[in-house]
Design a protein around this ligand. Structure first.
Ligand SMILES: Nc1ncnc2c1ncn2[C@@H]1O[C@H](COP(=O)(O)OP(=O)(O)OP(=O)(O)O)[C@@H](O)[C@H]1O
Ligand SMILES: O=C(O)c1ccc[n+]([C@@H]2O[C@H](COP(=O)([O-])O)[C@@H](O)[C@H]2O)c1
Length: 187
């Protein structure tokens, strides 16, 4: 059986927090790969300001130096809201003999009861929760807890810094910073 970690997100933009949690979970649980899945439309929050193609491209740059990290475009190729249950059903059909681990920050763990078809989803994937400042990895659903060195970086804060001309150096990987500048993404 292959053991694959999934990190779904809006990635607007991808940042060091995403890379750290993905690597810590991979190493801690001994997973074969981590697939990064940028959403077309996040199901529960405002539509991203940045085109899905740009967000996916930034993810590609962000993960390029880790041989275990892969970009999976499954949600970008599916129009409409990116519900995780739809993604997992498709991934399971296309990848027999694979166990999937869905990585979520503690802010998302709290929100799990509101996810679409959550009861079925917990049968199809193992959720892995990581700490995030201000939130606890606590749920009525089974969630594997992985300790990480917490880093309170968020896409929202990065966009705000960029809009105010404040440096985001070291918060996003260098090629992502270059891409943002070249495409004037968050001005
Ligand atoms: N610094 C962080 N520590 C732990 N988990 C994180 C961190 N940043 C993001 N995550 C988790 O990564 C996943 C994808 O996050 P997302 O792409 O929405 O970025 P974000 O920084 O949370 O964005 P936003 O600022 O809009 O909340 C979510 O499960 C989220 O909880
Ligand atoms: O399927 C759902 O109902 C659902 C509700 C909220 C979030 N998610 C998924 O959780 C991941 C992180 O969400 P976000 O908004 O932090 O990018 C992303 O892959 C979303 O599609 C999924």
């Amino acid at each position: 059986m292959k053991q694959i970690g999934l990190l779904g997100g809006t990635f607007d933009p991808p940042h060091l927090g995403h890379l750290i949690i993905a690597e810590e979970v991979r190493a801690n649980l001994g997973l074969d790969e981590i697939w990064f899945i940028p959403s077309q439309e996040p199901p529960h929050k405002q539509k991203a300001t940045t085109d899905a193609v740009d967000r996916a491209e930034m993810v590609r740059y962000a993960i390029s130096t880790n041989e275990y990290f892969k970009l999976n475009p499954i949600e970008i190729e599916r129009p409409g809201k990116s519900f995780t249950i739809d993604t997992i059903r498709q991934l399971r059909d296309e990848n027999p003999n694979t166990d999937f681990y869905f990585i979520i920050g503690a802010d998302m763990v709290e929100y799990l009861p509101k996810w679409k078809d959550i009861e079925e989803l917990t049968e199809l994937v193992k959720f892995v929760g990581v700490e995030r400042q201000g939130y606890k990895v606590k749920s009525e659903y089974p969630v594997i807890k992985v300790q990480i060195p917490t880093i309170e970086v968020s896409s929202t804060a990065i966009r705000e810094r960029l809009q105010n001309g404040i440096s985001v150096k070291y918060q996003v990987p260098e090629p992502v910073e270059t891409y943002i500048k070249e495409k004037d993404l968050y001005e």
